[in-house]
Design a protein around this ligand. Structure first.
Ligand code: NAG
Ligand code: NAG
Ligand code: NAG
Length: 390
C-alpha cells in the first residue's frame, strides 16, 4: 500500500516536471552554446590583403551582420567625425538573452597603426566562424569591438602615402611644400578648430583628448602644429566624444578593455596598463602585471623575445589617454594597451608586415583573455598542481 502511494507520488512529480518543461522550456535553447558551435564550425578564413580603409571596414562588418544577424550587431557611433565619417562598433554576442563577461577592443585610434583595424576584423571573423576560436573565446564572452577609431586620420595618411616624406614639424610650418610631400609621421585626426589661432596647422591627437587628467603631462599646451596636440579642451574631438559615449554606455558590461595600438620602434613591443598620466600605481597593479606577464609568455614573439610588461608611465607620462579614461572614469578594472611593432608608412603592397602585425595582435589579445581566465580560475581545474583549462 505504502509502496503504491510512493510510486503514485513519484509519477505525479515526474508528470509535473514534464509539464513544466513544456510550458517553460529552458530559456533560448535554440541559442545555447552547443547549437551555435555545430552550426558555425565552417572556417573560411578572411585574409585581408590590404590595409583596410573606412569603407572596407564598413563593408566587412555589414557582411558579418547580414550573414549572422542573431549574433552580430553593428552600431553607428555618434557624432560623426570632422569629415563626416561614422565610427563603427561591432558587437559579437553568442547569446543575446544573457550578458557574458564583456571584452572591449578599440583599434585604429593612431593613424600610423594602419594594420590595427585589419587585426580586429580578422579576429571578429575567427571568433564567428573558426571552430578553434569559438570555444572558449566566442561562447564565453561578449565582444565589443571598435576596429577604426580614427577613420579621418587613416584616410589622410593612406592618401598621402606615395609622396616623399618631410619632417612633420617642417611639414606643418611650410604650406608651400605640402602639395608634393607628406609628413614623416602623423598621429592626429584632421580637425580644424573654431577660432583657431594658427590656421596653418590642423589635427588633434585623439589619444590625448580624453577627460581624465587632461594635459597633466605638460607644463604648457603644445601648439596645434605638434603631433601631440591635445585639443582646445577635453573631448573637443568628435572621435573621443563618440568613443566616450559608447564606453560610458557599455561600461557596466565590460570586464576587460584593450586598446590595440602599435610601437613604432623595432624590437620594442609592449603590454602596458594604467596609469599613463601618473607614476602612481593603480590599486590592482599586481593583478595587471601578473595577467600581462602571463599573456607575454603565451604570446612569445617570433624571435623568442617577450613583450615588455609594465605600467605605461614607466616609459613616459602621457595624459588624456583612452585607457586612463576607461580605467579612471568608466571604472573598468582590467585595462591594457597592446603595442606590437608596426612600421610607419610601410610599403603598401608588401603584405608581410601587415600579416605579421595582425597575427601578433590576435595572439596577444587572446593571450590576455587566457591570462584573465587563469587569474580568475574561471573554467580551470588544478590537476596535480597543473592548471587545466576546460
Ligand atoms: C559634413 O556635413 C556637413 C553637414 O552636412 C557639411 O556642412 C560639411 O561640409 C561636411 N564636411 C565634409 C568635410 O564633407
Ligand atoms: C618651405 O620650403 C621650401 C622648399 O624646401 C623653402 O624654399 C622655403 O624657404 C620654405 N619656407 C619656409 C617659410 O620655411
Ligand atoms: C613594395 O613591395 C613590393 C612587393 O614586395 C615590391 O615589389 C616593391 O618594390 C616595394 N616597394 C618599395 C618602394 O619598396
Amino acid at each position: 500500500m505504502l509502496l503504491q502511494i510512493k510510486i503514485y507520488l513519484i509519477s505525479v512529480l515526474y508528470f509535473l516536471g514534464a509539464l513544466y518543461m513544456v510550458f517553460f522550456p529552458p530559456r533560448n535553447f535554440d541559442l545555447s552554446g552547443a547549437k551555435i558551435r555545430t552550426t558555425r564550425s565552417t572556417s573560411d578564413s578572411l585574409k585581408l590583403q590590404k590595409y583596410v580603409d573606412h569603407k572596407t571596414v564598413s563593408l566587412v562588418l555589414d557582411g558579418f551582420r547580414r550573414r549572422d544577424p542573431d549574433v552580430v550587431n553593428v552600431v553607428n557611433l555618434t557624432p560623426q567625425t570632422f569629415e563626416n565619417r561614422t565610427i563603427l562598433a561591432v558587437e559579437l554576442r553568442s547569446d543575446k538573452q544573457t550578458r557574458k563577461p564583456g571584452i572591449l577592443i578599440v583599434g585604429g585610434l593612431n593613424p600610423m597603426a594602419w594594420a590595427s583595424p585589419n587585426a580586429i576584423l580578422e579576429l571578429s571573423e575567427k571568433l564567428l566562424y573558426d571552430a578553434h576560436y569559438q570555444t572558449p573565446f566566442f561562447n564565453d564572452y561578449d565582444w565589443y569591438l571598435v576596429p577604426m577609431g580614427n577613420p579621418d586620420g587613416i584616410e589622410f595618411t593612406h592618401k598621402l602615402r606615395t609622396r616623399p616624406p618631410l619632417d612633420s614639424a617642417d611639414w606643418a610650418q611650410n604650406i608651400s611644400v605640402r602639395a608634393e610631400t607628406r609628413p614623416s609621421e602623423w598621429h592626429k585626426n584632421v580637425d580644424l578648430e573654431d577660432e583657431q589661432k594658427d590656421t596653418r596647422c590642423f589635427g588633434t591627437n585623439i589619444n590625448r583628448n580624453f577627460a581624465y587628467h587632461w594635459q597633466d603631462d605638460v607644463h604648457k599646451t603644445p601648439t596645434q602644429c605638434c603631433q601631440y596636440y591635445p585639443g582646445q579642451k577635453p573631448f573637443s574631438t568628435a572621435e573621443a566624444r563618440a568613443i566616450r559615449k559608447y564606453v560610458d554606455k557599455m561600461g557596466d558590461f565590460i570586464n576587460l578593455a584593450i586598446h590595440l595600438h602599435a610601437s613604432f620602434k623595432p624590437k620594442k613591443e609592449y603590454i602596458l596598463y594604467p596609469w599613463r598620466y601618473s607614476l602612481r600605481s593603480p590599486s590592482n597593479y599586481r593583478t595587471l602585471q601578473e595577467i600581462g606577464e602571463y599573456a607575454a609568455r603565451q604570446a612569445r614573439l617570433q624571435d623568442g623575445r617577450l613583450y615588455q610588461v609594465h605600467q605605461s608611465s614607466n616609459d613616459e607620462r602621457v595624459a588624456g589617454t583612452l585607457i586612463d579614461y576607461i580605467s579612471g572614469v568608466v571604472g573598468v578594472d582590467l585595462v591594457f594597451l597592446i603595442k606590437p611593432y608596426h612600421e610607419m608608412f610601410p610599403n603598401f603592397t608588401d603584405t608581410n608586415n601587415l600579416r605579421l602585425y595582425v597575427k601578433k595582435s590576435i595572439t596577444t589579445v587572446l593571450s590576455l583573455v587566457r591570462a584573465w581566465r587563469s587569474s580568475t580560475r574561471q573554467n580551470t581545474l588544478s590537476f596535480f598542481g597543473r592548471d587545466v583549462e576546460f
